[in-house]
Design a binder for this molecule. Structure first.
Ligand SMILES: Cc1cc2nc3c(=O)[nH]c(=O)nc-3n(C[C@H](O)[C@H](O)[C@H](O)COP(=O)(O)OP(=O)(O)OC[C@H]3O[C@@H](n4cnc5c(N)ncnc54)[C@H](O)[C@@H]3O)c2cc1C
Length: 472
């Protein structure tokens, strides 16, 4: 087997196929594994993540993948979400002993950053989602056209502050898109899977190590079956004869052959690996141009002293959305910030407003916002700051975008597709990428006449959420 692309989709398909007994060669064009969820060394010597990546308790396939490659202990789960308003006040959301979907109700009732009218509106909309088992009737598949999340929230009479301080805060970071560009089905699904159907689905999992360290076990998994991972090994294109792949040409001009090929490259890279006439002829490939990309900006700041005590914070009413206390999360004393210093990583999803702004402008804006929520930054010295803009961070979950996402079995014989953008039922996330890799491995094995399941089931609804989802 040949897998092209060493992001999570390629790695997941490669280790699954190796586990099924196949010799897998994985070709990755960059000098490191992980794709968009990678880490690397900056010119100044700091080892940084491309951007902070978090998982949630409901990401069952990613969790299983980490277990499969021996990285499960490197993820630490948090069950307390702390929100910070620009006036410095904090509010906390966490699960109680009540059965889902009521488990968050006590902390939500006491949450100080929303008022009664906001909470009443939110509770009504959340109950509508929970009562329908995550599939409200007004979003049924046969309802056309697909609705945006903002339209759905307005229909369900959400107050402007409920939208801004609750729905937008969660969804813009979960789906990397603005509410008026999100398909409401994706938005509702986030709340059902993470916050309503189970007690633990919302728990935030954060790596204790650099992202690249999570993939060490993949090499061993492939080597155990005689396979290997090659870095700086870009593919130039597939050789297609009579409707089937006969080989893959590498950037160095050599040709490799295999029984099957998994293309696990981003959606805009795949058409470049195929003859133009095939891309135009096959809607599966031609339609990929309809999938739009959305940006994420990561801001890395190294301070000369401790400025934050929480492991991470969600900011309300500001451009900066999340702040991660990397020094505390790594437990390594803040490499790069010197002893006693602190390294923070800030995340801004759907960061369209920052695309034309300079790195210095972005750093100044973020520092200004931090002064309000982390007063210790006012006296601290910023030792260094770096901005990483990912203009094509994820595909945009616009209304109806699912119809452009192809299945993992392609119309070309021996060619299988993986990537967060293939059809998985999940948005563009690490969970979606791993699912796609497992689905591609299942498709390869099914074609070979030895079907096997790799995809993990979703968490089963619990408590009242279970009763209600059965009744729908
Ligand atoms: C800034 C940022 C923050 C994010 N935050 C989160 C988060 O907190 N939680 C979350 O779940 N998701 C997050 N995501 C999304 C997540 O990173 C992606 O959904 C996931 O990593 C996609 O994996 P993939 O394997 O499908 O694609 P990719 O990671 O893009 O992998 C594709 C690989 O193919 C390689 N490749 C391309 N062309 C060739 C070629 N010709 N030959 C060989 N190799 C090739 C690329 O180098 C790359 O390694 C974030 C993404 C970004 C960019």
């Amino acid at each position: 087997m040949i897998v092209i692309g060493g992001g999570l989709a390629g790695l997941a398909s490669a280790v699954a196929l190796a586990d099924a007994g196949f010799r897998v060669r994985l070709l990755e064009k960059r000098p490191h594994l992980g794709g968009r969820a990678a880490s690397y060394i900056l010119p100044g010597g700091e080892h940084v993540d491309n951007c902070q990546h978090v998982t949630l308790g409901c990401c069952t396939n990613l969790e299983e993948f980490y277990r499969r490659v021996g990285a499960q202990n490197q993820i630490r789960f948090f069950d307390k979400l702390v929100f910070a308003a620009p006036d410095g006040r904090r509010g906390t959301i966490r699960a109680s002993a009540l059965p889902p979907p009521l488990h968050m109700a006590p902390s939500f009732a006491l949450f100080p950053l929303l008022d009664l009218a906001d909470k009443r509106a939110i509770a009504k909309a959340l109950l509508a989602i929970a009562h329908s088992g995550g599939s409200p009737a007004d979003l049924a598949a046969d309802c056309a056209p697909a609705m945006t999340m903002r339209a759905w929230l307005e229909k369900h009479r959400q107050t402007p502050r409920a939208i801004r301080r609750f729905w937008e805060v969660i969804l813009v970071s979960a789906l990397d898109e603005q509410l008026d560009r999100i398909d409401a089905r994706y938005g509702v699904d986030v709340f059902w899977k993470a916050f309503l159907s189970t007690r633990g689905g919302y728990r935030v999992g954060i790596p204790r190590v650099r992202l690249g360290d999570l993939y060490e076990g993949c090499r061993k998994a492939l080597a155990g079956r005689g396979g290997e991972i090659q870095l700086r090994a870009g593919a130039r294109g597939f050789l297609i004869v009579d409707g089937r792949v006969d080989g893959v040409e590498r950037e160095d001009g050599s040709v490799e052959t295999a029984d099957s090929y998994v293309a696990a490259v981003p959606q805009d890279a795949l058409p470049q690996l195929l003859p133009a006439e095939i891309v135009e002829r096959e809607p599966v490939f031609a339609n990929l141009r309809n999938l739009c990309a959305s940006p994420i900006t990561g801001v890395h700041l190294w301070f000369d002293r401790k400025v934050m005590s929480e492991p991470f914070l969600t900011l309300l009413d500001s451009t900066t959305q999340w702040v991660f206390n990397k020094t505390q999360l790594y437990g390594d004393g803040g490499k790069g910030a010197g002893a006693g210093g602190q390294y923070l990583q800030l995340v801004i999803s759907a960061s369209y407003s920052l695309s034309a702004r300079s790195r210095q402008e972005i750093i100044s804006l973020c520092i200004e916002e931090l002064r309000d929520v982390l007063p210790a930054t006012r006296d601290a010295k910023l030792l260094k700051g770096t901005v990483i803009k990912e203009m094509s961070a994820t595909f945009s979950p616009t209304p109806g975008s699912d119809r452009w996402r192809p299945p993992q079995k392609s119309p070309i014989a021996r060619l299988f597709l993986a990537g967060d953008w293939t059809f998985t039922g999940w948005p563009s996330t690490m969970e979606g990428a791993v699912r796609s890799g497992y689905l591609a491995a299942e498709a390869v094995l099914s074609e070979a006449g030895i079907p096997r399941k790799f995809v993990q089931p979703e968490l089963r609804p619990e408590g009242l959420a279970r009763l209600w989802s059965r009744a729908t």
